[in-house]
Design a protein around this ligand. Structure first.
Ligand code: G
Ligand code: G
Ligand code: MN
Ligand code: NA
Length: 250
């Protein structure tokens, strides 16, 4: 566990950073905001992706302070962007279920001055599973502040339909495994179409994740999917590259 001690020190050493991936409206291609994606800038390993350390951070209880750093940093950086752009922040299951997420969000908004409606919290299906009553109350309290909630990686977890019905959500993000198949597999296309229709009838916006080809984008137009994100539009960029990214996607 060489990494464990290093990870514990990473926040204090200023080794964490956020990259941002653009999200656009499918119908117009207009930029709507960015998803914040955590990176660990390790002195010898280089930029370590979250897949290589978030699970460890969850295991050793570090995800709560790391998640707090992510929320504060994302809110602060987003205040420098045009006011019509939102920032979407991933919140890990233990942070959502056990940490004081409502208090952390409230103070991140207060100290940055970011308008609450510009913050979107991305939760996964597993975050909502542990203590359903408490998770519903947490979503309600966040939404009462004006913060939006989106359900990330939709379709890969359990009891998806119950969650769409019972949780106060604003958005559903269709997992990229379904988007990858829409040009080739009739079943994936049918699922994407059904999720968009279901979302619309429940008053939820839908975002397609992992859009990589023009053909996938065309199908999303046909299916009426509201928003999209993926390498076709842009890879995640460092905070410093945001102005030129906004320029390009406007
Ligand atoms: O950026 P990348 O493709 O490597 O992200 C991989 C995964 O890590 C994604 O599923 C994303 O949800 C998760 N992730 C990215 N940033 C954060 C973060 O700030 N907090 C948490 N908990 N997960 C994150
Ligand atoms: O699970 P989450 O949605 O938070 O994950 C976002 C992750 O997906 C980021 O780590 C990002 O790097 C990755 N990603 C974003 N766009 C694409 C894409 O078009 N294709 C693939 N394969 N990965 C993508
Ligand atoms: Mn996400
Ligand atoms: Na996702």
């Amino acid at each position: 566990r060489v990494l464990e001690g290093e990870l514990r020190a990473a926040i204090g050493l200023g080794q964490l950073e956020l990259h941002y991936q653009p999200q656009v409206a499918v119908a117009t291609g207009a930029l709507t905001g960015f998803e914040a994606l955590l990176r660990w800038n390790h002195p010898s390993r280089g930029l370590v992706p979250p897949g290589d350390f978030v699970a460890l951070a969850e295991e050793i209880g570090l995800i709560v302070p790391i998640g707090e750093w992510v929320l504060r940093t994302a809110c602060r950086e987003a205040t420098t962007w045009p006011a019509d752009l939102h920032v979407a922040v991933n919140v890990a299951a233990p942070q959502f279920a056990r940490g004081d997420i409502v208090g952390v969000v409230r103070s991140a908004l207060a100290e940055s001055g970011l308008a609450a409606h510009r913050l979107e919290i991305e939760v996964t299906e597993t975050s909502l599973l542990h203590d359903v009553t408490r998770a519903i109350a947490t979503c309600q309290r966040l939404r009462a502040m004006g913060v939006r909630i989106s359900l990330d990686d939709f379709g890969t977890g359990y009891s998806s339909l119950t969650q769409l019905r019972d949780f106060p959500l604003d958005r559903v993000k269709i997992d990229r495994s379904f988007i990858a198949g829409i040009g080739e597999r009739a079943d994936s296309a049918a699922i994407v179409q059904a999720v968009v229709a279901l979302g619309a009838s429940l008053g939820l916006r839908t975002t397609a994740e992992g859009v990589e080809t023009e053909e996938q984008m065309q199908r999303l137009v046909l299916h009426g999917c509201a928003d999209a994100q993926g390498f076709l539009i842009a890879r995640p960029v460092a905070a410093g590259a945001i102005p030129e990214t906004i320029e390009r996607l406007r």
